[in-house]
Write a protein of this length. Structure first.
Length: 334
C-alpha cells in the first residue's frame, strides 16, 4: 500500500474518490448530523483585520522607527535573518508598511513594501505543536530582549516596547503550559468490531451519513459555517495505517478493527450538539456494521459522562473569556 499522503484540493479528492467508489450511500441518513446554531451566538470576525501576534498569549517586542524615517526591508532582513531567528526560537516577524495603518507579516508574498514604520517580533508563549513545547523563563526572555534591543539600535529605532515584561511573559508561559494541555481534549467514541469491519461497508456507512472523504484521507463532517474549525467531526481507525485510501477499499484490501469518531472540544463551535450528533452517527454505524460502542479507554460508552467532560472544558474556557471554536480557542488549541 502506498502510505504517502497526497496533497490535493477538495475537488481533486472528490474526483479521486468517485473514480473508484460511489459518493452516495445506500441510505440517506444525513439528518443524523445537524446543528441548530443561532447567528447571534457568534460574532463574525472581520476579514479586514491586522495580521499580528495575539497580544494575550504571545510575547511581543515592537520597534518604532525614528521620526521622519522608516525601517528598510533589506536591513531588517539582514539583522533578523534565519540564523538569528533560529537562535532565538523563530519569532514571527510583523510590520506596518509605509503609508499603511495595519500590521501584516513582514515576509508575506503579498507584502511588497520595502519600508516600514514599525516592526514587531512575536513569540508564542506556549505552542502545543512544538515537541516538546517550550516553557519560557525570565532569564531566556531577557536574553531575547537584549539581543533585540541591540538590533533595534542598529536599525536606528527610537523606541522598543513590549506587551508583557519578561517576568509577566514567563508567568504567562507557565500558566499556559498547564492550561492548554489540560483543556486540549478530544471527545472520542470508538466502535469496536467483533470481527473486522470491511472497507466497502465502512465506505457506504460514511456516505449514508453524508460524510466527506478527503483531508488526511479521513472521513469528515465538514464545517460549512463561517466560523469554527474546518471539520465538526472526523472518523479514523486505530488499524494501521489509521486512514482510508478509496483505491484500496475498492479492491477489498481494507479491513479495520474499529472506527473512531472524534473532534477537538475547544475548537468546536458547538461541542455539546456535535457530541450528540456524533453519538447518533456511531449508533447508526453500529446498526449497520455491528460492534460495541466504547469510550477512548475501552470501557462501555456513557453519553452522560462524556457530556460532563465536554461541559467542564467549555466552562473552563468561558471562565477565561474564551469561546469554543472562535478566535482565541482556535489560536491556542491544535
Amino acid at each position: 500500500m502506498n502510505s504517502e499522503y497526497l496533497i490535493s484540493t477538495s475537488y481533486e479528492s472528490e474526483e479521486r474518490a468517485k473514480s473508484v467508489l460511489p459518493l452516495e450511500g445506500k441510505e440517506d441518513v444525513s439528518n443524523i448530523l445537524n446543528l441548530d446554531l443561532k447567528s447571534t451566538q457568534f460574532s463574525i470576525e472581520s476579514g479586514d483585520k491586522d495580521y499580528f501576534a495575539n497580544e494575550k498569549f504571545d510575547w511581543i517586542l515592537t520597534l518604532k522607527s525614528a521620526n521622519g524615517s522608516y525601517f528598510n526591508r533589506e536591513s531588517v532582513s539582514k539583522y533578523f535573518d534565519n540564523k538569528w531567528r533560529k537562535k532565538y526560537n523563530y519569532p514571527w516577524l510583523y510590520c506596518i508598511p509605509r503609508g499603511e495603518t495595519k500590521w501584516t507579516y513582514l515576509n508575506s508574498s503579498e507584502n511588497k513594501s520595502n519600508e516600514f514604520t514599525k516592526v514587531a517580533l512575536g513569540w508564542k508563549l506556549y505552542d502545543p505543536l512544538e515537541d516538546p513545547p517550550i516553557i519560557y523563563n525570565e532569564k531566556t526572555l531577557k536574553e531575547y530582549k537584549i539581543s533585540t534591543s541591540k538590533i533595534a539600535k542598529k536599525l536606528k529605532s527610537n523606541e522598543i516596547s513590549e506587551n508583557y515584561t519578561t517576568e509577566q511573559a514567563a508567568k504567562k508561559s507557565r500558566e499556559l503550559s498547564g492550561y492548554i494541555p489540560k483543556n486540549n481534549q478530544y471527545a472520542i467514541i470508538v466502535l469496536k468490531a467483533e470481527k473486522e469491519f470491511e472497507g466497502k461497508e465502512i465506505w457506504d456507512v460514511m456516505m449514508s451519513l453524508g460524510l466527506d472523504w478527503g483531508d488526511m484521507d479521513l472521513f469528515h463532517w465538514n464545517n460549512d459555517f463561517e466560523y469554527g474549525d474546518d471539520q465538526l467531526m472526523s472518523v479514523w481507525t486505530s488499524t494501521d495505517p489509521g486512514y482510508f485510501f478509496p483505491e484500496e477499499i475498492a479492491v477489498g484490501r481494507v479491513q479495520t478493527d474499529d472506527l473512531i469518531f472524534g473532534f477537538n472540544i475547544p475548537r468546536s463551535i458547538a461541542p455539546d450538539q456535535v457530541l450528540k450528533s456524533m453519538y447518533r452517527a456511531t449508533q447508526y454505524a453500529q446498526s449497520r456494521l455491528g460492534g460495541e460502542i466504547l469510550n477512548e479507554n475501552g470501557h462501555p460508552f456513557d453519553i452522560e459522562i462524556e457530556k460532563i467532560k465536554v461541559n467542564t472544558i467549555v466552562k473552563t474556557l468561558n471562565d477565561k473569556f474564551i469561546t469554543p471554536g472562535m478566535g482565541d480557542a482556535l489560536y491556542l488549541f491544535q
